[in-house]
Ligand binder design. Structure first.
Ligand code: PHE
Length: 344
């Protein structure tokens, strides 16, 4: 039996010296040392040995097992080391390579102009109010002194959703909503930025959807001069300290008196050029004193309270401020256009 054990050892070590991967190694472990392996097979014959021989052969069996196991363990370690080396080589990263720059987003120029305007008015103590883009006929027209069949409703061609719901044609309904929600409280000092919709054919200066910023102040003893001073302060911060304003009489159903407001042309400084059609002035907004009927419908007694309101187009102001000649540039989302407004 001793010879058989020695022969088994030689055979196993010879075979083990040939293995080249962990799978083969495991096969050999089963073959020689497994429960039904060759070693067990030989040792099963120990029963027929004499009491003296048995411990001697048992000893040899253990030595053979130990020798085979030792080789298997060292092979295993070697395979593991090779595998680690292979993975390290495969996953190697060159930390000295220059990084790939990530494209950075930026605030859209229209939002940037809105933010700038908000900052200016917040600095004057205003709060920001918002209202829905799908508006009721009541808030878009009725509460602004434009009763049904009022001829001034023709001034704005509207997108109707139902007979009573439409896409708001201006941000003025937020005035009416704000008065309603303040329930007679004063002062009201809000600006309302947002999208508005009109049935215009899109061209260089018109868009069926654009942005407005509305302003509303209601309190005691609010006068036309307050409107004028507020707007002068606004345009000086927006377009530069030398900017002047000019008020021209106008008409809106919700303000009385109403004005149209011009600013010094920022292209020529008032000398006259192509942009201002040689007048030196650019029209940028409409406004006036809140009509007594609008105050009343909003829950404010016109005998006790007064207010002013104004509204302006964000795109128009952005176009004038940045010399953009086509309103559609704001909506095409051409990166070459947008990137020029990125602030770092
Ligand atoms: N809502 C008017 C427009 O869209 C602007 C405006 C607002 C005029 C507030 C007067 C007061 O043209």
């Amino acid at each position: 039996m001793r010879e058989r054990l020695e022969a088994l050892k030689e055979e196993a070590l010879a075979e083990l010296s040939q293995v080249s991967d962990a799978g083969q190694l495991n096969d050999l472990r089963v073959k020689y040392l497994g429960k039904k392996g060759a070693l067990t097979e030989i040792l099963r014959g120990m029963g027929s040995l004499s009491a003296e021989e048995r411990p001697v052969i048992g000893q040899v069996g253990n030595e053979v097992r130990g020798a085979i196991e030792a080789v298997i363990t060292s092979k295993q370690e070697e395979f593991q080391r090779l595998e680690t080396e292979r993975r390290l080589a495969a996953e190697k990263v060159d930390v000295t390579l220059p990084g790939r720059p990530l494209k950075q987003g930026a605030v859209h120029p229209l939002n940037r102009v809105i933010q700038d305007m908000e900052d200016i008015f917040i600095g004057m103590g205003y709060q920001i109010a918002e209202g829905p883009e799908v508006e009721t006929d009541y808030f878009n027209f009725e509460a602004l002194n434009l009763p049904k069949n009022h001829p001034a409703r023709d001034m704005q061609d509207s997108f109707y959703v139902t007979e009573d719901l439409l896409m708001r044609t201006h941000t003025s309904p937020v005035q009416a909503r704000t008065m309603k929600s303040k329930e007679g409280e004063v002062p009201i000092k809000v600006i309302c930025p947002g999208k508005v919709y009109r049935r215009d054919d899109d061209d260089a200066t018109h868009s069926f959807q654009f942005h407005q910023i509305e302003g509303l102040v209601v309190g005691r003893h609010i006068r036309m001069s307050d409107l004028k001073g507020t707007l002068l302060q606004f345009v000086r911060e927006m377009f530069g300290p030398q900017t002047q304003i000019r008020l021209r009489p106008s008409f809106f159903p919700f303000t009385e008196p109403s004005v149209e407001v011009d600013v010094t042309c920022m292209k020529c400084g008032g000398d006259g050029c192509r942009v201002c059609k040689n007048t030196g002035w650019l029209e940028i907004l409409g406004g006036g004193m809140v009509h007594p009927r609008v105050l009343k419908m909003g829950g404010y007694d016109p005998e006790e309270y007064s207010g002013f309101a104004f509204g302006m187009g964000v795109e128009r102001i952005a176009m004038l401020k940045y010399g953009v000649d086509d309103i559609r540039h704001f909506y095409y989302n051409d990166m070459r256009f947008l990137q020029q407004f990125a602030r770092n």
